[in-house]
Write a protein that binds this ligand. Structure first.
Ligand code: AMP
Length: 458
């Protein structure tokens, strides 16, 4: 998954972008980058591995001049975790340049790449996103919006994009609308951001979302719109509401906080826990769901798990060994809250079950008498090909086991998931127009033909 940001019409665009990226850090922690473009078309870029906060020192930001900039935070879902794959992708061509920041995954990138390579294209990375840049460069259309529009024809899968071609800033969202992308206003400047929390931090006001199948671009200070695809059925990623986005954001025009509370309330209705003493969240992504659960069940909400804020999201560590060790580094249990009690732990999802198993062991070690787990989403039974890192089916615990078996494997006394129907009715603007392939197996497009090559990007 990734976070993208773009701004134009702002004298210190790179600085504002840098600030915006702080609020998109949760969407990707492997690498971060900024490309800035001056009014006469000089472009400069900084990309680095790691967090936004460690590495963009004053001198490096200072060197990024101009009123237009885009930025990106990345964690890899296709292509490896390396500096060649840090974004924005930046290339010089025909005396100009293209910079592109991508959130989502193309499901036919391998085929598109092979076709380009057959014609002589050379690639500097294993990212699906680089394919889009090549296709923009190949376009003979006269205007940036037409070039981008041409490049997007035939792409399958998910993409929310911030692009600079020459001095023009553009943004686009695939016809299914998988990933969020908002438009904001900051004085005379236009801002594009994956989530509205990145508009808030820079002081911009949300205007609207980029529509599915729409390119927006800024010309003479005005926002212009171009439709590159016919309106299709919407498939907004419901997992943005469940887990991915920040609760202080609006995505797809709805409040993430309100969505998660509603999921928690619905979960309490569907999966009550009679006889339990307290309820608590696995911080931070399920805080709002646990609030909703407490509200609807009448159970006392407690802080039973403390999260170390100096370590990142567990999955960001790409190997299993790294993930196992990280559970204890990331969480500890509060004995005073847990000892002798029957407790309800609310989490937003179970993916591999690794973290959850470690957490349950922590709770028991701290004296919990009974541990009941309630999950504010349905069992994840399929991988995501549209940008969320839930890779192979074999690694998904609920794809291999029945719910009772999952309960035993993670060591809880009872386990209850939210139903798909309950989920879709609880999120804003539901129940239609969402992608729930990871729960239902209903993939809106054909999955990648060769999964291994799709993952490796080649
Ligand atoms: P596990 O028990 O190993 O399946 O991990 C469950 C935890 O992973 C939950 O607390 C979720 O909030 C979190 N989670 C869910 N999806 C993802 C994801 N795509 N990347 C990172 N963490 C995730």
């Amino acid at each position: 998954m990734c976070g993208i940001f773009g701004i134009t019409g702002q004298p210190d665009a790179a600085r504002v972008t840098h600030l915006g990226l702080y609020s998109l850090q949760h969407r990707g922690q492997e690498s971060a980058g900024i490309v800035a473009v001056s009014a006469d078309g000089d472009a400069a870029t900084v990309r680095k591995m790691g967090l936004v906060s460690d590495g963009f020192d004053e001198d490096r930001i200072e060197a990024l001049h101009g009123p237009t900039a885009i930025g990106h935070t990345r964690y890899s879902t296709a292509g490896t975790s390396s500096i060649e794959n840090a974004q924005p992708v930046f290339v010089r061509f025909r005396g100009g340049h293209i910079a592109l920041a991508h959130n989502g995954n193309l499901t036919n990138a391998v085929e598109l790449r092979a076709a380009l390579e057959a014609e002589g294209s050379i690639f500097a990375s294993s990212m699906d996103s680089e394919v889009i840049v090549h296709r923009i460069a190949k376009s003979r259309a006269g205007q940036p919006a037409a070039q981008l529009s041409e490049a997007l024809q035939g792409l399958e899968g998910a993409f929310s994009l911030a692009v600079v071609i020459g001095t023009t800033l553009l943004a686009a969202r695939d016809a299914h609308g998988w990933r969020p992308l908002s438009i904001g206003r900051l004085g005379d400047a236009w801002v594009f951001a994956s989530e509205t929390c990145a508009l808030d931090i820079v002081g911009a006001t949300r205007v609207r979302d980029v529509a599915a199948g729409e390119i927006v671009y800024v010309e003479d200070g005005e926002l212009r719109s171009h439709r590159f695809a016919e309106p299709a059925a919407l498939h907004r990623c419901v997992f943005e509401y469940i887990y991915f986005a920040r609760p202080d954001s609006q995505v797809f025009g709805g409040s993430v906080d309100r969505a998660r509370r509603a999921l928690g309330r619905q979960l309490a209705k569907e999966q009550p826990t009679p006889g339990a003493d307290i309820v608590f969240a696995v911080p931070d992504s399920s805080n709002a769901a646990a609030l909703g659960y407490a509200e609807a069940s009448g159970l006392q909400l407690e802080h039973a798990l403390i999260r170390n804020h100096y370590v990142g999201r567990t999955f960001i560590q790409p190997t299993q060994a790294g993930r196992d060790a990280k559970v204890k580094v990331k969480y500890n249990a509060v004995r005073e809250v847990l000892e002798g009690r029957s407790v309800v732990m609310v989490d937003d999802s179970i993916v591999r079950g690794t973290t959850t198993r470690g957490l349950v062991a922590l709770l028991r070690g701290a004296g919990a008498r009974e541990v009941h787990m309630r999950v504010s989403s349905p069992p994840i039974t399929g991988p995501c090909y549209y940008g969320i890192d839930t890779p192979e089916r074999e690694q998904l615990i609920a794809a291999k086991m029945q719910i009772g078996e999952v309960a035993s494997a993670i060591g809880v006394d009872s386990l209850g998931y939210l139903s798909l129907e309950g989920l879709l009715h609880a999120v804003p603007d539901g129940p239609d127009g969402f992608c729930h392939a990871c729960f239902s197996g209903q993939y809106p497009t054909r999955p990648p033909v060769d999964i291994k090559r799709y993952r490796s990007g080649r």
